[in-house]
Design a protein around this ligand. Structure first.
Ligand code: PMT
Length: 382
C-alpha cells in the first residue's frame, strides 16, 4: 500500500470513532459560556493592530495536566493520568513573555502559571486587582472575608502578603484582567475533548498564527457514558470487572478538520519498558503504516535500543501519522532537564541552563517553538 492509501486509512477510521465518542458524551454544562469567552478572547487578540500582548495576532492553546476517567456517573472513583501540569504552566509564562496570547486549558488543581512556587491555597482566590491595578490596592472580596479572617488567625495571611512571589500571582491576575490569558479548567476526558474542540473551532480563523501545544496527558481508555454505573460501584459484589473503550486519538481530527491551518505540537512521553511492550501489543499490526514502522523500529534498534532511541522512534511515528509540525519527546524522569524536539527536518535536544539557578527547560523550548512558528507563518505571507 502506498503513502496516499496509508493516509486515507488513517483519516477515515478515527472520524467514525470521534462522532460516536461525542454522541455518547455528557454535554458540557457551561459550553455557551466558554464559547462566549473564547469569542471575546479571539476578537480582542486578533484585531488589525495585533494582539493585546504585542505579537501580531499570535495565539497559543496550551493543554496541561492529566484527564480523569470516571467509573461512575455520580463519580466517586476515577482513573487518573499522571501530570503535575508544570510543563503547561511554565510554558504559558514563556509564551506570554514572548508576546503571545494564551488559552490555558488545564486540569483543575494542577500547576498554574506564575504560581508554581506558591502553595495551593484557596486564600489566593480571595484577591483581585483593583481599578488602578496597583499591588497595594488589592482588596479582599466581601464574600471571602471569612476565609481571610480565618487565614489571619491561622497565621497564613502574613505569608501571602510579605512573600515576594505574590507579585507573580499579581502578574497572572493582570494577564487575565488584560485579556491576554484565558484559563479554562477541565477534570474528565469528556470535558477536556469537548473544550479542546470549542477552542480549535474558535481559533480556526486565526489560521497559521495559532499554535496548539498539547502537553496534557490524555486518557487512552474510558468507560462510555451509556455503560457507566450510575452510583458508587458496590464492593459487596466481589472483584470488579470493567471493560474500557479506546478514546479516539483526536490529534488527526484536530489537525485535519478542527484547525487545519494552525501550527500543531504534540508530546510523546517515554518510559522505556512500558513503551517497548505497548509498541508491540497495543498497535494494530494489520495497519500497513504501523507495520512498516514496527519493522523499521526493530531494524533501527538492532539490539542497541536505548530509552532515547525508542522514544524518538515513537515521536517520529507520531509526527508522520498525525502530520504534526513538531513532536516534543520527553522522558518522565528527565523531563525537567531536557526534551528533544522532532520535526521533519531536525531533531534538536533542548536543555535547561544548569548554570542559572531556577532556569527551566521551557524557556529555551518556547524560544525554539516561537522561532519555528515564525518560519511557518512566513510561508503563508509569501
Ligand atoms: O505535567 P508535567 O508533570 O510537567 O509532565 C509533562 C508531561 C510529561 C505530561 C508532558 O511533557 C507530556 O509528555 N505530555 C503528553 C503525555 C501523553 O499523554 O502522551 P500520549 O502518548 O498519551 O499522547 C500523545 C499526544 O496525543 C499528546 O500530545 C496528547 O495530548 C494527544 N492525545 C492523546 C490521546 C488522545 N485521545 N488524544 C490526543 O490528542
Amino acid at each position: 500500500m502506498d503513502a496516499i492509501d496509508d493516509a486515507n486509512q488513517l483519516r477515515e477510521t478515527p472520524k467514525n470513532e470521534v462522532i460516536s465518542f461525542f454522541e455518547s458524551t455528557p454535554l458540557l454544562k457551561d459550553a455557551a459560556e466558554i464559547e462566549k469567552s473564547l469569542k471575546e478572547f479571539v476578537d480582542r487578540n486578533t484585531s488589525s493592530s495585533g494582539n493585546l500582548n504585542g505579537k501580531a495576532n499570535r495565539v497559543v492553546c496550551i493543554a496541561s495536566g492529566g484527564t480523569t476517567v470516571p467509573l461512575e456517573k455520580q463519580c466517586v472513583r476515577y482513573i487518573d493520568n499522571f501530570s503535575s501540569g508544570h510543563r503547561g504552566a511554565a510554558s504559558t509564562e514563556y509564551f506570554l513573555k514572548a508576546g503571545y496570547s494564551v488559552v490555558f486549558l488545564y486540569r483543575r488543581g494542577s500547576c498554574q502559571p506564575f504560581c508554581s512556587s506558591l502553595p495551593d491555597d484557596p486564600l489566593l482566590e480571595c484577591f483581585s486587582v483593583a481599578d488602578d491595578s496597583s499591588i497595594e490596592a488589592l482588596f479582599v472580596d466581601a464574600l471571602h472575608v471569612e476565609t481571610v479572617k480565618r487565614a489571619i488567625t491561622e497565621n497564613r495571611a502574613a505569608w501571602i502578603i510579605t512573600d515576594s512571589l505574590f507579585s507573580s500571582y499579581f502578574f497572572v491576575l493582570n494577564a487575565v484582567a488584560e485579556g491576554i490569558l484565558l484559563k479554562l479548567p477541565f477534570t474528565t476526558i469528556f470535558e477536556y475533548l469537548q473544550i479542546l474542540q470549542l477552542i480549535s473551532v474558535s481559533l480556526r480563523d486565526v489560521g497559521p498564527s495559532a499554535i496548539f501545544f498539547l502537553a496534557a496527558a490524555v486518557s487512552d481508555f474510558y468507560i462510555p457514558w451509556e455503560s457507566m454505573a450510575l452510583h458508587k460501584i458496590q464492593s459487596a459484589s466481589g472483584p470488579l470487572d470493567i471493560r474500557l473503550a479506546q478514546v479516539p486519538k483526536m490529534l488527526s481530527v484536530l489537525r485535519n478538520e478542527w484547525a487545519p491551518m494552525a501550527f500543531h505540537i504534540s508530546f510523546k512521553v517515554g518510559d522505556h519498558l512500558v513503551l517497548f511492550d505497548m509498541s508491540l501489543s497495543a498497535m494494530d499490526v494489520k495497519d500497513s503504516f504501523v507495520r512498516k514502522y514496527i519493522i523499521w523500529f526493530h531494524d533501527y534498534n538492532n539490539n542497541i535500543e536505548t530509552d532515547t532511541d525508542i522514544l524518538l522512534a515513537k515521536a517520529t511515528m507520531a509526527l508522520k501519522k498525525y502530520k504534526m509540525h513538531m513532536v516534543i519527546a520527553n522522558e518522565l524522569s528527565t523531563r525537567k532537564e531536557e526534551v528533544i524536539v522532532v520535526t521533519e527536518q531536525e531533531k534538536v535536544t533542548v536543555r535547561r541552563d544548569c548554570t542559572r539557578a531556577g532556569a527551566e527547560v521551557e524557556s529555551p523550548l518556547v524560544e525554539l517553538v516561537v522561532d519555528r512558528h515564525s518560519t511557518y507563518i512566513k510561508k503563508f505571507d509569501a
